[in-house]
Design a binder for this molecule. Structure first.
Ligand code: C2E
Ligand code: CA
Ligand code: CA
Ligand code: CA
Length: 278
């Protein structure tokens, strides 16, 4: 038993070393990736499901590593958050997406709402609001088109969120609560924080057409949002059945593969041209 335990411990140790080595490699690659601009953005359409009209887009970051290929955000955003690298990366994401939105408007595309994901370390960065102001100034994007998506758990955990959100709101930027319904927190922050939109998490949408509980939860969130004057959007819409279930009770926005996957710039321009013919 003693031998066995010792062996397990050695294997465990090797595993940990291996993991921390992999982590360090990835962290260095991330740092280098930021310096060498290996990142690009995709944009996923947001649709008014009552009219089928394109109303906005969410910017989603992608990492194209020269050797490893395309690495999905689920693989590097958590590490970027732990290491603080999300601060410079997030600043690039915001600048690039605002620049692109502004350029599209200048090119005559109908103006769309731009949603950008913001992480906890960015909100905690004391220069965050100044950076946002600078980016708006540099890119010329009217802040009324800009929205920050902040997860429910972040909103519920950060102490100084109220004052930061107020500053952001004062700039004219909208706030959306991402992954709403998954944060296991009390709902009281909804009335304390200056928020505009609830984004129903995809886990409630997935089986909305087959599972009564999911359907009732989604409906309850939609009713809650509407009754206190917030906008509501459902994410993860993959099927016609999802659209039908959700748009039964009137106006609601949707986002998901049913309408479109996240698109590269050129493909998003095609989407704007065909789906928003002015
Ligand atoms: P999220 O903010 O909840 O983004 C939605 C995710 O769902 C995206 O995955 C999107 O591609 C995916 N999705 C969209 N429609 C559907 C659908 O119909 N079905 C399913 N199954 N999935 C759908 P993605 O791009 O891999 O991003 C994953 C997460 O990584 C994001 O979740 C967000 O938390 C983070 N992330 C992505 N881009 C950024 C960014 O620019 N900044 C920060 N801070 N986080 C980001
Ligand atoms: Ca999001
Ligand atoms: Ca989400
Ligand atoms: Ca999510």
């Amino acid at each position: 038993v003693k031998e066995r335990g010792k062996n397990d411990f050695m294997i465990f140790n090797q595993l940990m070393e291996h993991q921390s080595l992999e982590r360090r490699l990835l962290e260095n690659a991330l740092r280098q990736g930021i310096n060498e601009q290996q990142f690009y953005l995709e944009y996923q359409p947001k649709i008014n499901m009552s009219t089928n009209e394109l109303i906005g887009m969410e910017a989603l970051v992608r990492w194209k590593h020269p050797d490893l290929g395309i690495i999905p955000p689920g693989k590097f955003i958590p590490l970027a958050e732990e290491t603080g690298l999300i601060v410079p990366l997030g600043e690039w994401i915001l600048r690039e997406s605002c620049r692109q939105s502004s350029a599209w408007q200048d090119q005559g595309y109908p103006p769309l709402h731009l949603s950008v994901n913001v992480s906890v370390s960015q909100l905690e960065d004391i220069y965050f609001v100044d950076k946002v102001k600078t980016i708006l100034h540099e890119t010329g994007l009217d802040p009324k088109w800009l929205e920050f998506e902040i997860t429910e758990s972040v909103l519920a955990s950060v102490k100084s969120t109220v004052s930061i959100l107020k500053e952001i709101r004062n700039l004219g930027i909208h706030i959306s609560v991402d992954d709403f319904g998954t944060g296991y927190s009390s709902l009281s922050y909804i009335k304390d924080l200056p928020i505009d939109t609830l984004k129903v998490d995809q886990s409630f949408v997935k089986d909305i057409h087959t599972n009564k509980e999911s359907k009732e939860i989604a409906k309850a969130i939609i009713n809650l949002a509407k009754s206190i004057g917030l906008n509501v959007i459902a994410e993860g819409i993959e099927l016609k059945e999802h659209v039908d279930e959700l748009s039964k009770d009137g106006y609601i926005l949707g986002q998901g593969y049913f309408f479109s996957r996240p698109l590269k710039v050129g493909a998003f321009e095609d989407f704007m041209t065909t789906n928003h013919a002015a």
